[in-house]
Design a protein around this ligand. Structure first.
Ligand code: GDP
Ligand code: MG
Length: 341
């Protein structure tokens, strides 16, 4: 397939049209997308992936906008995946109009793509993962994945990131709920955005307290005197092989605190690559990703090769001739029995 080879070369050389086309193939679950993913997969030169999540209105998109600017000033090539298709980026809200989006960012060092949350039926993180591999194969230094809110889907998507930034803001009132939704567990760095507003310090304190409670069973003594707020270093109480999420104050639209954020990202990236604990986290992510890819491949194969048998079984179940458990067991046996590894 020379067409596919052209596409692969286009992706590898960072061609925007090739990237857009690859994303479209993945979106549509085109039959050649698996082949494409096989061909472009790379262990080398992967982009560093930052996931950005947090309550709607906290300022995620504004922050992402500022981060793009900062990384571009450093000469880095940046890709942004907006899981929320309504995310407004500077120059106007783009609502899925990718052509217009690209024109707003006339900068050819920036690639932006929205991933529709609808129609993915729980496969959102898988399809986001596939797009990430296309970006890894391309020329980007950094990929930022912004989610719409803090639902289960979003939390799953952030697990694809090297570093997860959780954005909070004072006065939203639902920060505590967000924390309860499991966000504390996924956060590697916290930003208390809108620090130009009253209540920012209270939000920081709430977060600190939450973090110390979580750590209480194993690390009470280490948390004493823990003041990670706005410090550039990792908390000195942290053990060498442990990451304590720093809490940084930001004012996104004024670019305040963003350099410190990027600095915290670098330190977390370093933690992931240079410590045993970090490497274990990465290995665990590879396991999870492989399982997801394997299961999806099995499902796809069964859907294609056993469509008829599946309908037959289904008819028997509906007619009261068979139970779903025996039917599933029989199908799995006949599907796998043919070529046992
Ligand atoms: N006062 C203040 N407003 C901000 C700040 N960051 C973002 N905003 C505003 O907050 C609103 C929501 O921002 P947005 O980035 O769309 O939030 P998202 O829903 O989390 O992506 C917008 O009107 C922003 O201009 C900030 O640091 N301070
Ligand atoms: Mg947004």
């Amino acid at each position: 397939m020379s067409d596919l080879s052209t596409l692969v070369r286009g992706i590898q050389s960072g061609g925007m049209r090739a990237l857009a086309r690859a994303c479209r193939l993945l979106d549509e679950r085109d039959p050649c997308s698996f082949e494409l993913l096989k061909r472009i997969f790379t262990h080398e030169g992967r982009a560093y992936v930052v996931g950005v999540t947090g309550t709607p209105g906290a300022g995620k998109s504004t922050l992402v906008d500022g981060l793009i600017r900062l990384y571009r000033e450093q000469g880095k090539r940046v890709a942004v995946l907006a899981i929320d298709p309504t995310s407004p980026y500077s120059g106007g809200a783009i609502l899925g109009d990718r052509i217009r989006m690209q024109q707003h960012f006339t900068d050819d060092g920036v690639f932006i793509r929205s991933i529709a949350t609808r129609g993915h039926l729980g496969g959102l993180s898988r399809s986001t993962g596939d797009v990430l591999h296309v970006l890894h194969a391309s020329t980007f230094d950094v990929v930022i994945v912004e989610t719409v809110g803090v639902g289960q889907d979003e939390l799953e998507v952030t697990q694809l990131a090297d570093t997860t930034l959780v954005v909070m803001a004072p006065g939203l009132g639902d920060d505590i709920q967000a924390i309860k939704a499991g966000i504390l567990e996924v956060a590697d760095v916290f930003a208390v955005n809108k620090s130009d507003r009253a209540g920012a310090d209270a939000t920081v304190q709430d977060l600190q307290q939450m973090l110390s409670l979580r750590r209480a069973p194993t690390g009470v003594s280490k948390m004493q005197g823990h003041t990670a707020v706005s410090t550039l270093r990792q908390a000195p109480e942290a053990e060498a092989d442990e990451w304590l999420p720093p809490i940084l104050k930001t004012v996104a639209h004024r670019q305040e605190g963003l350099a410190d954020l990027v600095d915290a990202f670098s330190r977390h990236h370093e933690f992931l690559t240079a410590t045993e604990a970090g490497q274990a986290i990465q290995a665990q992510r590879q396991v999870a990703e492989f399982r997801a890819i394997l299961y999806q491949a099995l499902i796809d194969e069964v859907d294609v090769r056993f469509a008829e048998q599946v309908s037959e079984k289904l008819r028997d179940i509906v007619d009261g001739q068979a139970d779903p458990y025996s039917s599933a067991e029989a199908l799995v046996r006949s599907a796998l029995g043919a070529n046992e590894p």
